[in-house]
Ligand binder design. Structure first.
Ligand SMILES: C[S@@+](CC[C@H](N)C(=O)[O-])C[C@H]1O[C@@H](n2cnc3c(N)ncnc32)[C@H](O)[C@@H]1O
Length: 209
């Protein structure tokens, strides 16, 4: 399994049709959380089984991981979890995605690929144009969560989000996790690895104003 794919490759220009909310979820009216770069989706399986009053949608660019995750959802008959294959940037650029963005209450970008070399920064999932699309389409009060163990990437993501006047940083002290998509603060695979290896974690929450 390839660990990294180049999101700018023309292989990802075409995007899969995103089904309507009613096709994706048992109850389309539940709050919707989006996890971008969800890998095999273990974090979302944990969340969906634990918090049945939320719907979860994972977007991942490695097709094989998405196929396996979709198979597991069907096999376990989980009604509040769905996976979409593709480059998240292209998916959000597409007009047909507008209907589901409108329903999104929160988005996580957890441990996105750092693409360390400067000439590869354009492959990073958080880009100014992407954040502009989100700022124009998310409802007021929607939340964006970022988390990484790479300080340079954190500064880059923080700068990109802070440069957009429609997103405001939230004070974590005042944040009520109990009402969020992740009330029990479950951890992604990468986060578990980072904790075991005692590396730093940088995270922040932004609210659409
Ligand atoms: C380092 S992994 C982190 C996975 C998971 N979020 C975690 O914390 O364990 C980053 C994931 O993002 C996916 N990814 C990278 N760029 C993407 C893009 N533009 N759209 C969708 N997924 C992307 C990668 O394939 C990979 O699975």
């Amino acid at each position: 399994m390839r660990q990294h794919v180049n999101p700018l490759s023309k292989n990802f220009n075409a995007i899969e049709r995103i089904p309507s909310l009613i096709e994706m979820f048992g109850d389309p009216k539940l709050n919707l959380h989006l996890d971008i770069g969800c890998a095999a989706g273990e974090f979302l399986f944990d969340l969906a089984l634990e918090n049945t009053s939320w719907n979860y949608l994972g977007i991942e660019i490695r097709e094989k991981l998405v196929k396996t995750a979709k198979f597991k959802v069907r096999e376990r008959e989980i009604k509040n979890l769905y996976f979409v294959f593709g480059n998240a940037n292209n998916i959000f650029n597409d007009v047909q995605s507008k209907f589901f963005i409108d329903n999104v209450k929160s988005i996580s970008f957890y441990f996105p690929d750092p693409w360390f070399k400067k000439r590869h920064h354009k492959r990073r999932v958080i880009q100014t144009e992407f954040i502009n699309i989100l700022s124009n389409s998310l409802r007021t009060g929607s939340l964006i969560f970022i988390k990484t163990d790479v300080k340079d990437l954190f500064d880059y993501m923080d700068c990109t989000l802070s440069d957009n006047s429609k997103f405001k940083k939230m004070d974590k002290k005042d944040f009520n996790y109990a009402e969020s998509f992740n009330p029990n603060k479950l951890k992604t695979n990468r986060e578990k690895h980072v904790i075991v290896n005692q590396l730093d974690i940088f995270d922040r929450i932004y609210i659409k104003i």
